[in-house]
Design a protein around this ligand. Structure first.
Ligand code: ADP
Length: 369
């Protein structure tokens, strides 16, 4: 059974094609500059069409009928989705409502789904949400101490992101440790361009560092992470900035890029630190300090941890960084806590979740034939 996984972003569409039940990767690719000026691919519907045609041209499949299901990444599922869902009109309508919470991402995700539905109307489509894994977080942990009416009116609360990655890495850690998730306390550090840390108890997210948007929490490539909001008001006033301009600064010009004045790319920062650049060193120290603060908080919340796992482009490729943090973890926990580096694979997780949802229908269809 072949499952196509689609990650339809604002200007790119990535895909991976897997063969199940062995979850073997058989093809992957990417279409960039979707909808941009001078691009041949004018919109997501056209992008998805080109992408699916390319899969046949590449020889990965001989006919579109070989695709049994499609799994789509959707960034925001709000409070409506705590698990993956087979797409029907009511699911589409709810994702449209959640677009209010993720105006840059959900419309692009939806365009990918609708493009696929047009080309392959009979194929089951499944949506997997970045926020779903965190729907187990308790109300005392997800509420902000704002007037309650803003939660009631606008659903202002922590949602958390990178859920598919945190879930995947939790499962991998459980396999590696040879213990069921129900017996494990884990802290997962997803460190890429975006960074988030999640406390996982018995396989369930109990707290996570990202919030209403991915801006909260750790320092990231270009995002500030936690900040006193009063400092934001102060800068806006002094520099006469609009909300849009300030949002751009916090999301795109802060973090490693903002502090170091050099780059958002961790490799460039490490090189600059080796060349004794002071601001790059400061940025790196701030990054590590903040990771340690979250790990400390989550060790306390969980009452210890069986493992702290590092993943994402930064977490997977920088043993120096991980070892530095490991020394401090072991100082507190002794050898009770393992420190693991585990590669993430969000597309594979989406493929697996899609397979789990559709396999029953697929088998009974085959039996009928
Ligand atoms: P995204 O959040 O966009 O998925 P990634 O998980 O790919 O990002 O992580 C991107 C970050 O990982 C960049 O800062 C990059 O410098 C860092 N990175 C990727 N590969 C390496 C490597 N081999 N060594 C050090 N850092 C790396």
């Amino acid at each position: 059974m072949k499952i196509l996984v689609i990650n339809s972003g604002s200007s790119s569409i990535k895909y991976k094609l897997y063969e199940y039940p062995k979850n073997r990767l058989i093809d992957k690719g990417l279409i960039e500059n979707v909808g941009e000026k001078d691009s041949l691919v004018k919109n997501h519907a056209q992008g998805v069409k080109v992408l699916i045609e390319n899969i046949v041209i590449s020889g990965a499949i001989s006919d579109l009928s070989e695709i049994s299901a499609i799994g789509h990444r959707v960034v925001h599922g709000g409070e409506d989705f705590a698990a993956p869902k087979i797409v029907d009109q009511s699911v589409i309508d709810k994702i449209k409502l959640c677009a209010n919470l993720a105006p840059l991402h959900n419309p692009a995700n939806l365009a990918g789904i609708e493009g696929c539905r047009k080309i392959l109307p009979k194929v089951s489509q499944v949506v997997v949400f970045d926020t779903a894994f965190h729907q187990t977080i308790s109300k005392k942990a997800y509420m902000y101490a704002l007037p309650y009416k803003y939660y009631q009116k606008y659903k202002i609360r922590k949602y958390g992101f990178h859920g598919t990655s945190h879930q995947f890495v939790s499962k991998q850690a459980s396999n590696y440790l040879g213990k069921p998730l129900s017996k494990l306390k884990l802290i997962i550090c997803h460190l890429g361009n975006g960074c988030s840390i999640t406390a996982v108890n018995k396989g369930k997210s109990v707290d996570t560092s990202m919030g209403f948007t991915p801006l909260e929490g750790l320092m990231m490539g270009t995002r500030s992470g936690n900040i006193d909001i009063a400092a934001v008001f102060h800068v806006m006033e002094k520099e006469n900035l609009s909300i849009q301009e300030m949002a751009e600064i916090l999301n795109k010009k802060s973090g490693f890029l903002g502090v170091s004045k050099i780059s958002n790319d961790f490799r460039v920062i490490i090189k600059a630190v080796k060349e004794e650049d002071k601001l790059a060193k400061l940025a790196l120290d701030m990054f590590i300090y903040r990771i340690k603060k979250y790990i400390g908080a989550y060790l306390f919340i969980l009452g210890g941890a069986d493992a702290v796992c590092f993943t994402g482009g930064v977490g997977e490729n920088n043993s120096g960084l991980v070892n530095k943090i490991k020394i401090d973890i072991l100082k507190i926990t002794g050898d009770k806590t393992k420190v693991l580096v585990i590669p993430t694979d969000e597309e594979l997780m989406i493929g697996n979740l899609t397979y789990n949802l559709v396999k029953r229908g697929y088998k009974s269809n085959k039996e009928k034939k």
